[in-house]
Design a protein around this ligand. Structure first.
Ligand SMILES: NC(=O)c1ccc[n+]([C@@H]2O[C@H](COP(=O)([O-])OP(=O)(O)OC[C@H]3O[C@@H](n4cnc5c(N)ncnc54)[C@H](O)[C@@H]3O)[C@@H](O)[C@H]2O)c1
Ligand SMILES: [Zn+2]
Length: 395
């Protein structure tokens, strides 16, 4: 006889509403620009707010030395108490270095930050992830304001509720779901970003366009030449629409903390995360996502989930913007005789928990969840991709 589950003695139910503003502005540390100051004062206008400023080394290195003084001066002029400024190593290295969060924790302890103090994080997705994680665990959460400085940060990672660091060779193995206090996208930062990082960041916009918004995808496709040249107003428009689509998904999906098994915005990411690890982060996250999108588009075509023409459109768009659709790491063969990258499928499932759920491409602008992956056909899709990339290389 099946055991019946007794009713609970108490049933605890709590609803928490999360709200954070996202501002688009320019020159956030110009004294005349009150966006950041107003964002910090939004809950308590009168108190003297204590702020720790964290800045990505990549940002500091590409700006005139006076920029740092200007940023420091900003807090003074707006009646905010800047307690310290710390420059953090940028890029994936800051998420791979186990000592980095520890050093930041020690610093925040020494400064005596409390739960009403602010951490203003100015940097790329990697710095936002690492520093956002530390801010989320100090006193179980100090207020973090994100100022993303890369295309990827402004179009995707800065918008959401996730942070984290890599450990044991696994992407984002340690982290939390925590909403930021506010997000400020400053377009001026994108002008110092190198071409490689600008193009890489566009992969996340193509990803969300492919699974959510046909019109956006067609716009990107039509503007591939100017995007490939990193033309500023087009890049800014893509950033804005991508940010909007990511925000909309997080708000309306019904699962902002990813308690279920699905993660539609991670289309192409099972392969991307594995490729990042296999290449020891030689590939940028956005570049690995581009290759992941290409594999899953071909696989979707191969399995009849979408028409072959849809997969072709996806691959052509990525390549015409200058994103990679191939990396030789895909040639690595595992002990089972299959491409080693396929181990990323189980690792992806493990990260999410529950049943395997992958998002595939059903049509341009429409994703579809599947719960099994045929490894042989996935390997065939990778072989097809190789041939495709070779043809492009030869063209
Ligand atoms: N939390 C999330 O929801 C989420 C979502 C997507 C991606 N991510 C993560 O984001 C990370 C990738 O972020 P990314 O693409 O921004 O790259 P990145 O943070 O690795 O930065 C790339 C390089 O650009 C430099 N840089 C940053 N801003 C600059 C500027 N304005 N001018 C010149 N150089 C600058 C950095 O120092 C670094 O060397 C990955 O770790 C990825 O896993 C997180
Ligand atoms: Zn991503």
């Amino acid at each position: 006889m099946a055991a019946t589950c007794p009713p609970p003695t108490f049933n605890q139910r709590i609803s928490v509403e999360l709200e954070y503003p996202i501002y688009f502005t320019r020159d956030v540390f110009e004294t005349a620009n009150s966006t950041l100051a107003e964002a910090l004062k939004r809950k308590e206008a009168t108190r003297k707010h204590r702020v720790l400023l964290l800045v990505d080394r990549g940002v500091v290195d590409t700006r005139p030395a006076a920029w740092t003084r200007k940023a420091e001066n900003y807090f003074d002029r707006h009646g905010l108490a800047l307690v310290d400024r710390i420059v953090l190593r940028g890029g994936e290295a800051v998420k791979n270095d186990a000592a980095a969060p520890q050093a930041l924790l020690a610093k925040m302890h020494a400064l005596g930050l409390d739960r009403h103090s602010f951490v203003v994080i100015v940097g790329g997705g990697a710095v936002l992830d690492m520093a956002g994680y530390v801010a989320a665990v100090v006193h179980r959460g100090v207020r973090a304001v994100r100022v993303p400085t890369t295309v990827l940060g402004q179009a995707d990672s800065g918008m959401g509720v996730k942070n984290g660091v890599n450990a044991f060779g696994k992407k984002n193995f340690v982290g939390t779901f925590t909403a930021p206090f506010a997000v400020i996208n400053d377009s001026a930062f994108l002008e110092t970003l190198g071409r490689r990082d600008t193009i890489a960041g566009l992969a996340e916009a193509i990803k969300v366009a492919l699974i959510r918004d046909r019109g956006f995808f067609e716009w990107i496709r039509a503007h591939a030449p100017v995007l490939s040249a990193c033309e500023s107003s087009s890049v800014q428009w893509v950033v804005r629409r991508s940010a909007e689509l990511h925000l909309s998904h997080i708000r309306t999906s019904g699962d902002p903390f990813e308690l279920g098994s699905a993660r539609p915005l991670d289309y192409g990411h099972w392969a991307a995360h594995k490729l990042e690890a296999m290449t020891h982060h030689r590939l940028r996250h956005g570049e690995a996502v581009s290759i992941g999108i290409a594999i899953d588009a071909l696989y979707s075509g191969e399995r009849g989930i979408c028409d072959a023409a849809v997969a072709d459109a996806a691959l052509d768009c990525l390549a015409s913007i200058g994103l990679p659709i191939w990396d030789d790491a895909l040639d690595e063969i595992g002990s089972d005789g299959m491409p080693r990258v396929l181990d990323g499928i189980e690792e992806f499932r493990e990260h999410l928990g529950g049943d395997l759920t992958l998002t595939m491409l059903a049509a341009v602008g429409e994703g579809r969840e599947v719960h099994e992956a045929d490894r042989s056909r996935m390997a065939a899709s990778i072989a097809k991709l190789r041939a495709r990339a070779e043809r492009r290389g030869a063209a």
